[in-house]
Design a protein around this ligand. Structure first.
Ligand code: HEM
Length: 302
């Protein structure tokens, strides 16, 4: 029957169910299993906290904030996969991108559900708040985008949509931008993690632009330049936020970047992560260089 269908022009394709700890060829993936445990862990931890009545006086507020935080973290981790795969020349990494993206979408849906719970299921109020408050409107657009990407992340959709699938999924960068803006706008005084996300966003976009302009992401020099650029941009974004959106003296926040007594500011974390990534291609080349150097030194001794 299958042969008859192929002969008559039908393409018979095998669609495998998506199992996080299996690679596309059906083989067991320890990396997939590890990432599956990681994406489930925050949900289980929060569920356990709720069950044990350990989330304080306002458990829904805690859950709302935590689910939003994990949604954006997994969204960014899903974006890190592509450059990291090129930097570390580790192709298998691509297998976990879908899981991280789905986790981001799932935590975002949970986050929205918790907002509805927080509004006592008053859907008219939820809709009017989303329409009236800019940070909620932005969050809502990001949520719709994440759900659209999640729904089209099946093997079937990838095959059916072809090039359009790549175009649609490139929107992830736009959604990460919206999620970061939502994060900033809802923040009260402390924008540390939002600033961190903004810095990582600059780093990720720089990797993308660098590659499009023909620079190799396996070059430590290119990666170090991106790290410095993203670190400086992070300090700049933090300065601008405090200067434009708060009454807190922005110069003091900028100066705090050079004062390590209380905390290490986001700009340093972004720079540090970027430089750590720049060290990866160097570390990969090291064993080869040592191997090449060894026979020469041993022959020199004889
Ligand atoms: C309809 C969609 C959304 C609604 C109604 C919504 C609503 C909210 C609300 C009410 C807060 C807390 C604000 C406050 O305490 O004053 C919040 C925080 C937050 N949301 Fe959303 N959000 C939506 C979508 C998203 C999406 C798609 C993401 C990420 C992918 C996200 C990430 C966050 C983050 C990171 C926080 C801050 C959490 C923290 O306190 O650390 N939200 N959101």
């Amino acid at each position: 029957m299958d042969r008859q269908m192929q002969a008559s022009g039908f393409q018979v394709r095998e669609y495998r169910a998506y199992i996080p700890w299996r690679e596309r060829n059906g083989r067991f993936s320890p990396l997939g299993l590890a990432v599956f445990v990681v994406v489930l862990a925050p949900g289980l931890w929060l569920g356990g906290g709720l069950f044990a009545d350990a989330l304080g006086a306002k458990p829904v507020t805690v859950l709302l904030h935590e689910s939003g935080t994990w949604a954006i973290r997994f969204l960014f981790l899903s974006l890190v996969v592509t450059p990291l795969r090129r930097i570390a020349d580790w192709n298998r990494l691509i297998g976990i991108r879908r899981m991280l993206g789905l986790a981001a979408a799932a935590y975002a849906v949970l986050h929205f559900g918790l907002y509805t719970v927080d509004q006592a299921f008053d859907l008219a109020k939820v809709a009017s708040e989303i329409a009236l408050r800019v940070y909620l409107t932005i969050g809502f657009v990001a949520l719709l985008g994440l759900v659209a990407l999640g729904v089209t992340s099946t093997d079937g959709a990838i095959r059916t949509m072809g090039r359009n699938w790549h175009r649609l999924h490139a929107l992830t960068y736009g959604l990460a931008f919206l999620a970061t803006v939502h994060f900033f706008l809802q923040s009260k005084a402390d924008v540390t993690e939002a600033t961190l996300m903004a810095g990582f966003y600059v780093a990720l976009m720089s990797c993308r632009v660098a590659r499009k302009r023909g620079f190799s992401l396996s070059s430590p020099v290119v990666l170090a330049a991106i790290a410095v650029l993203a670190g400086l941009a992070t300090a700049g974004i933090e300065y601008l936020w405090y200067a434009l959106a708060t009454g807190i003296p922005a110069e003091r926040v900028l100066a705090a970047n050079l004062d390590f007594r209380f905390s290490i500011r986001p700009a340093w974390w972004v720079l540090g992560c970027g430089l750590a990534l720049a060290a990866v291609p160097l570390a990969r080349r090291l064993p080869g260089q040592i191997r090449r150097a060894l026979p020469r030194s041993s022959s020199a001794r004889t």
